[in-house]
Design a protein around this ligand. Sequence first.
Ligand SMILES: *Cc1c(COP(=O)(O)O)cnc(C)c1O
Length: 435
Amino acid sequence: MSSAHTLALFGGTPAIKEFPPDPALLGEADVAAAAEVIRGGVLSGYIGAPGEAFMGGARVRAFEAQCAAHFGVKHALAVNSWTSGLVCAVGAIGIEPGDEVITTPWTMAATATAILHWAGVPVFADIDRNTFNIDPASVERLITKRTKAVIAVDIFGQSADMKALRAICDRHGLKLLGDCAQAPGAFHHGQAAGTLADIGGYSLNYHKHIHCGEGGVLVTNDDRYAHRLALIRNHAEAVVQSDDPVELANLLGHNFRLGEIEAAIAAVQLPLLAERVAQRQQAAAALNAGLAGLPGLTTPAVLPGNTHVYYIYGLQLDTARLGVSRQQLLAALRAEGVPGLVGSYQNLHLLPLFRHRIAYGTGGFPWTGTAHGDSGVTYGPGLCPVAEDLHSRSFLGLAMGQFAHGPAEVAQLVAAFRKVWGQLDALRGAVAQAA
Ligand SMILES: *Cc1c(COP(=O)(O)O)cnc(C)c1O
């Protein structure tokens, strides 16, 4: 028999009938901006040769100026994805093959593959259980004489502990990069996320806070890095005039150029960022209030000095206390119609690429075959216990993009969680029966 109380998983009526898409994703201003570029006939202003056009067309440069002002940084460089941006950033700091770069396993793979791209060796530090961000103490334990840089990731929308990471990097002479793909508009002790790193930046892909389909923005206050980023973005080898190995190093260029249509759309989106962030923060506050007191459920922790922009609203489950697994809770919540559920997050150190140390050909380069000899860096279970524990059983996220999160939608989400939490006995019973 179906009733409002019966879990949808067991044939009851779902708590949520329908969740509207985010109405703010794209609008007429984006259409007009794109149309204007098309009517103008120049879809890219770049030329991969010395001269003014080396730095891109009018829309790209206008968007970069807008970003520099918005984020309070000396240089902003647009790229055709944030993956490209990460490759530029690691290339710009000038690492040697076999040099180690410490990062977090809880990130999109591009953070680590950008290191491999320049034949660097990714080293994975563990994460902080409360914020899911890279744990500075774990970073410091992993520093060797081969370590050259740290890539912090502002996972889910709040800054890693950049103050602590900066102190560690300064102490050991390391560069600090920031993957803030998920955190544009966040602040750390009053400074925009991304601007606390030597080079930072954001993704503009369709799933991020502001977007133009595919794209990214690099930010830095360092003139030399800005120059090198621009070179790597656009066929450096054809442009750089130097006999100095240091100036030539890692300047194999690419075509990482953002098109004019994308730049025009991104320019329309950027001024909307603050409002979008504010809406997500309101939604998160309402979720925090609505979910407060549900046993075995912990709402997101925000590090003192941080603002959180909620790319993902990250919850933790005490499954031992609840007596049901995350998988069962996920199934129950999904059946109630909860959108955007994220059951677990990455653990990059467990990907086959890393476990087998196979990237370039089959010989194990760059873990071996560099001037450093065999790096001794290996990967596998047990390397990042906190990340693995969260991944395997206790993390539960709600992706905040794509769906509207006004008061009515948040109320529905809360109702769905409360319904499932009100029927934990039924879930436990089903488990017992199946066992
Ligand atoms: C989205 C994302 C990227 C990659 O950005 P793209 O623009 O899709 O290439 C890298 N790192 C993190 C943490 C991301 O969320």
